[in-house]
Ligand binder design. Sequence first.
Ligand SMILES: NC(=O)c1ccc[n+]([C@@H]2O[C@H](COP(=O)([O-])OP(=O)(O)OC[C@H]3O[C@@H](n4cnc5c(N)ncnc54)[C@H](OP(=O)(O)O)[C@@H]3O)[C@@H](O)[C@H]2O)c1
Length: 243
Amino acid sequence: MKLKNKVAVVTGASSGIGKAIAKQLASEGCNVALASRSTDKLEELAKEIDTKTLVVKMDVSQTASVNKAFEEILDKMGRIDILVNSAGVMPLSYLKNRHLDEWLQTIEVNVKGCLRCIYEVLPAMKAQKEGHIINIASVDGKELFEGGAVYGASKAAVIALSQAMRMELSPEFNIRVTAIEPGTVDTDLREDITDEELLEDKDYGGDEPKLEAKHIANAVLYAVEQPNEVNVNEILIKPTGKS
Ligand SMILES: NC(=O)c1ccc[n+]([C@@H]2O[C@H](COP(=O)([O-])OP(=O)(O)OC[C@H]3O[C@@H](n4cnc5c(N)ncnc54)[C@H](OP(=O)(O)O)[C@@H]3O)[C@@H](O)[C@H]2O)c1
């Protein structure tokens, strides 16, 4: 129980990777603020958790929503030790098919959503002179593929942001920053895809090896459980069988 009484905020906690991370952190003693748009799912998750939980409605694409949610978290939980930015969308599409709204939403949620949450936790973490921000990026930010241009760009931005955050926030404020870069994980994320041509070309339900969300939660736990003087900068994690 190394994390006993630490307070973690997990965005995207209603599903997949964020949900597994919230459960994992709670099982190690963290009190967790569960954030996403689907509060019904968050309430269900809260019932599975033994430590103190707070369900907060948060749309990371809306500055006012994020601001209100963090005000409530600080009011009710008192502090924030760990922020996990897991909220994300992945409406993969070929550029030639011009899914502009999806491109913009990908940047809005995956990049700007992260920024909004980082903005909100900085005053508390700076004052505490301690904190850990975990950004769930993706291997797709490093290994690009056709159909993954905008999603890959959004995750490349998160990886670059994480690196720069370490440079600025770690020496002065003792804030640790970790980018987690998963390969394919078995979650609902691919349901965001509407590009019929891409769906015909790629077999997402097929036999390709996939990680489970709990494997990513294990990686997060490894990073947060290190002694304060150790910053795990990046973890790139793929299923065995994938090069
Ligand atoms: N699955 C993979 O293969 C994989 C690989 C690498 C990286 N990732 C990254 O892992 C993260 C989690 O994805 P996942 O695989 O767990 O997918 P998922 O099961 O579809 O979960 C996505 C989560 O993001 C939340 N979300 C989406 N839009 C949001 C918004 N506007 N405001 C707040 N929350 C929002 C959803 O909650 P609500 O709908 O309740 O708001 C949901 O909890 C994402 O950043 C994804 O890019 C996934």
